[in-house]
Write a new protein. Structure first.
Length: 125
């Protein structure tokens, strides 16, 4: 859903997903190299116009939150990555993920992944 937004707006949206909700000032403090507070407000306005962000009032300030639940947004993003970079192949994506975990020495519970794969296979039958 958020595939057509620019880099700075993407940063703002990423902060909102990470924090759940935030004021423009909160977001500005979270992104140290953002050009200005007004640039954060402009990005929030653009995101709101696209239906990606909502706001409510908290006293004198606006508090922003993602309009799309994180689970739904992450699924959409994953589908785009899968289609764009892996030709729609979950196997190719999983191979790349496993390679990345080895290269970056991420903690990765291979047994849990195997259980999830086994369960998905059983449910798919």
């Amino acid at each position: 859903m958020a595939g057509g937004i620019g880099g700075r707006s993407r940063e703002v949206l990423d902060v909102l997903y990470r924090l759940g909700k935030a004021s423009a000032g909160d977001i500005y403090r979270e992104i140290p190299d953002f050009p200005s507070y007004s640039a954060v407000r402009s990005a929030l306005r653009a995101l709101e116009e696209k239906g990606l962000v909502e706001h409510s009032r908290d006293g004198a300030r606006y508090v922003y939150r993602p309009a799309v639940p994180a689970r739904e947004a992450s699924r959409g993003a994953l589908e785009r990555v899968l289609d764009t970079f892996f030709g729609g192949s979950p196997e190719h994506a999983l191979t790349a993920l496993l390679e990345l975990t080895r290269e970056r020495d991420y903690a990765f519970d291979y047994d849990e992944i195997q259980r999830l794969i086994d369960r998905a296979g059983e449910e798919g039958r």
